[in-house]
Design a protein around this ligand. Structure first.
Ligand code: GLN
Length: 266
């Protein structure tokens, strides 16, 4: 059997066809236009079969392969970290577009896999510090900095705990799913991704409130906070920051209000 025949054989679930194709391409390291002339070895069949089985159990492709592409980087993922999403690439783009100046200090809160910190460190000539409460996540994040040749200082702690100094830019994609949304989450998320990285309290806003309440000592005058938010949360997050910050809501490429930038008035 060649790779093309294998693809046709296993590709029964339409919705997964892209994942199946990507899995075959990554595992075999053969481009799709060559599949028809690439014979399978027993070893490759066995590796592919295992991957296909995991895909059909609902496991996200990122965990099966152990990595995802993220912006200009390759990001390793394990079940200890959230799989980086396309919106988060847009958050990084937003930071790069809006931030000018060299040697600024950037803090990434809830870094998880480190995707944001690593991507920004490779793009900007700035000092990047990243924190997470999970030791296990930080282990992955540190590997990601190494493989992408990014200079990032990692700190283990809850939000600002163990952080010192002031930052010109704070960026975060914190856990923001509301407890009540648990029921409607797809099982590929609920059963496989770390709950500590997903849920942000009853209304999903706990982290934004805690950031607002504690950020002052860590933010430079006129410093900016770039936040990824749930698609129904932007206005409520503006309400949280409104008194002391000038806020701007930005939509993602699909038109959902997925980012809030808060600039300190002081
Ligand atoms: N910062 C990481 C990401 O954007 C992790 C986010 C999180 O754990 N909530 O993917």
């Amino acid at each position: 059997m060649n790779l093309k025949e294998y693809y046709q054989k296993v590709n029964s679930e339409k919705s997964k066809s892209q994942d199946v194709a990507w899995l075959i391409k990554e595992v075999s390291n053969v481009e799709p236009f060559l599949w028809g002339e690439t014979e399978l070895t027993p070893q490759l069949v066995s590796t592919l079969d295992k991957g296909i089985k995991r895909l059909s159990s609902g496991e996200p492709l990122g965990y099966i392969l152990g990595y995802v592409p993220f912006w200009n980087c390759k990001i390793l993922v394990t079940p200890d970290v959230l799989i980086p999403r396309a919106e988060t690439e847009q958050l990084c783009e937003l930071v790069v577009d809006r931030v000018s100046g060299e040697n600024l200090r950037i803090l990434d809160l809830c870094t998880g896999s480190g995707c944001i910190a690593v991507a920004l460190a490779t793009q900007l000539n700035c000092k990047v510090v990243a924190t997470d409460i999970s030791e296990a996540a930080l282990k992955v994040a540190k590997q990601n900095a190494v493989i992408n040749n990014a200079q990032v200082d990692f700190i283990c702690g809850d939000l600002f705990k163990n952080v010192s100094g002031k930052f010109d830019v704070i960026v975060t994609n914190p856990p923001y799913i509301a407890e009540e949304e648990k029921e409607i989450l797809p099982s590929s998320v609920l059963d496989f991704e770390p709950h500590i990285a997903l849920f942000g309290g009853d209304d999903g806003l706990d982290f934004y409130k805690r950031i607002k309440d504690n950020v002052r000592p860590y933010l430079s005058p006129r410093g900016m906070i770039f936040m990824e938010v749930g698609d129904t949360q932007a206005e409520r997050i503006v309400d949280i920051f409104d008194k002391d910050f000038d806020c701007e809501i930005i939509s993602d490429y699909f038109g959902f209000k997925r980012f809030v930038i808060a600039r300190s008035r002081k």
